[in-house]
Design a protein around this ligand. Structure first.
Ligand SMILES: C[S@@+](CC[C@H](N)C(=O)[O-])C[C@H]1O[C@@H](n2cnc3c(N)ncnc32)[C@H](O)[C@@H]1O
Length: 202
């Protein structure tokens, strides 16, 4: 059982998490403007806060998470709401076969800092996108290690804008914009959240 399995059932009870996913979702809709038939991948989807924000605006979302507890919560939400275009998948995004030229958009919220080798993942995500497809990844701006109560499974204390730019360019993406889309207030401090958007050339 990992820490997210334990947190899953009460994940949505923290208003700052719901608010953060909403701010990220709003920014994605504004910057990428998805179309109603798009196939989307959300990795580290968790309980589906971002997935459910984007779901009415796209055709299909594969929502991947490696926490059994989170995927169970997401499956329950899909059942309860009756949405037909969200597909919860239990798996580790770093090892999962994502196929080639399959998605129109890849999104993620607050998960990149849990990824061991982001450079390799960006290359894999690039392959999984159709030509002209978009990527929109949100995560903490570089922090001092105080954001998490425990740093188990935290491989990066956020990212500098330049690092995200290098991951995007290094994998072959055109960089669209990297900007702060939210400030998370926690333990009397403010942690900026960056959204990095890019496009696979046509
Ligand atoms: C901080 S939570 C964010 C959840 C959700 N995106 C949100 O914004 O509320 C990070 C999520 O990433 C998942 N995760 C971490 N490493 C992963 C990996 N290698 N593959 C898939 N999911 C992963 C965790 O299980 C957790 O649900």
């Amino acid at each position: 059982m990992n820490r997210f399995d334990l947190l899953a059932k009460t994940w949505d009870e923290k208003p700052r998490r719901v608010e953060n996913a909403k701010k990220i979702g709003e920014a994605i809709l504004k910057k990428v403007a998805p179309s109603g038939d798009w196939r989307v991948l959300d990795f580290g989807a968790g309980s589906g806060l971002l997935t459910f924000y984007l779901q009415p605006h796209v055709g299909w979302i594969d929502a991947v998470d490696n926490s059994k507890g989170m995927v169970e919560v997401l499956k329950e939400k899909v059942q309860k709401t009756g949405v037909k275009n969200v597909n919860p998948i239990l798996g580790d995004i770093e090892n999962l076969d994502l196929g080639e030229e399959k998605y129109d958009l890849v999104v993620s919220s607050m998960t990149l800092h849990h990824i061991r080798d982001p450079k390799r993942l960006f290359e894999k995500l690039f392959k999984s996108l159709k030509r002209g497809g978009y990527i929109a990844i949100a995560d903490l701006q570089k922090e001092d290690g105080t954001f998490h109560d425990t740093n188990e499974g935290v491989y990066h204390f956020g990212f500098h804008k330049e690092e995200l730019e290098n991951f995007l360019r290094g994998a072959g993406f055109e960089v669209l914009e990297i900007s702060v889309v939210n400030l998370i207030r926690k333990n009397g401090r403010e942690y900026p959240v960056l959204l990095a958007t890019g496009r696979k050339p046509l």
